[in-house]
Ligand binder design. Sequence first.
Ligand code: NAD
Ligand code: GLY
Length: 376
Amino acid sequence: MSQVSETTRTIRVDLGDRSYDIAIGPDLLDQAGALIAERLGERHVVIITDSNVGPLYAERLEESLAKAGHTGRTIQIEAGEQSKSFIYLESLLDDLLSEGLERGTVLLALGGGVIGDLTGFTASIALRGIEFVQIPTTLLAQVDSSVGGKTAINSPHGKNLIGTFYQPRVVIADTSTLTTLPPRELGAGYAETVKYGLLGDAEFFEWLEQDGTGVLSGNAGIQTRAIVRACEMKAEIVNQDERETGRRALLNLGHTFAHALEAETGFGGTLLHGEAVAIGMVLAFDLSVTLGLCPAEDAARVRAHFEAVGLPTTLPSHPSDKWDAQTLIEHMSRDKKVQAGRTTFVLVRGIGDSFLTNEVGHADLVQLLDNMAATA
Ligand code: NAD
Ligand code: GLY
């Protein structure tokens, strides 16, 4: 019998024998033990969490797991992007192996995208692969990173360059955990939520223009509706293109610019990832307008909405120097999405109509970035 309450929505990611559910709703931490037992039976579960999320939610989760018959323990890691590194990976693997890790052990990621990416990567390589579960606690992780099986750590050569595609067994998004998320983190996750409207659902964007402030003010019903729509879209895209050979790359709208901005300002520094993505999406719309592909009023609507909700639409001051178009383009050329030396961009024909191209001219890019730098 299902333990899921009536307020919980379930979305299926359909990948054959790697299919799984995304459960979305309030107070799901208390049902997590049962939701896992229904799918995996009673197991030894190791919770991996960070130093902000652990003190808030680990005990409740441990109780939920014990009540459903699971055994286990919790490993707490320092919060922050630096944890997605070889050093933390090694120390986590060492901790797991020193306690006698078994093939049947399940890793449970309790936290934001950092914990989700590190735990997923660890699960994919420990004992050649053990099962893992995502319990995302940031809006960004609930609408994006916990779904779709991208796992990663960073390298000195760039972000997310070392990783695997490895799907979780279930994603449990407890919307109540968003009540403790710092407002700036909520805003960053909101940018990734808007992304779905901009890349493929104009009606969703229109709804966010009307009601999106409810996501940021903590309206639980509006938050759930936004997360559900984002996860439906992400699941549909991942179902078609799990390993990003084509359509999945649309999820990178704004990201090629964002990664360049983050590389210049320091990852996890001046700009949060979602904030950099907001600026990146403004740049993608501006570039599409310049190339005669997209109506100027659509780009204006995107900028106006981000301004209305307090997301950045222009470059912040450069941390050490001035912004330089050539340097940003060099960062873009190191992107994972470069093919045969050409950077792939997600551009738009309008709100809700995105496409991939590697035909963006160098001069157009320099002009776009110079214009943006002039307003910083
Ligand atoms: P994060 O995991 O660093 O979390 C942001 C901050 O919020 C941290 O300080 C964390 O401790 C804190 N926090 C988390 N949940 C909280 C809660 N409920 N209450 C209070 N504090 C809480 O960052 P993020 O924005 O969730 O994720 C960013 C990471 O995700 C990046 O490393 C990025 O590369 C990755 N990412 C991965 C994918 C993917 O598909 N795998 C997609 C997008 C982003
Ligand atoms: N966050 C982009 C993806 O999952 O493909």
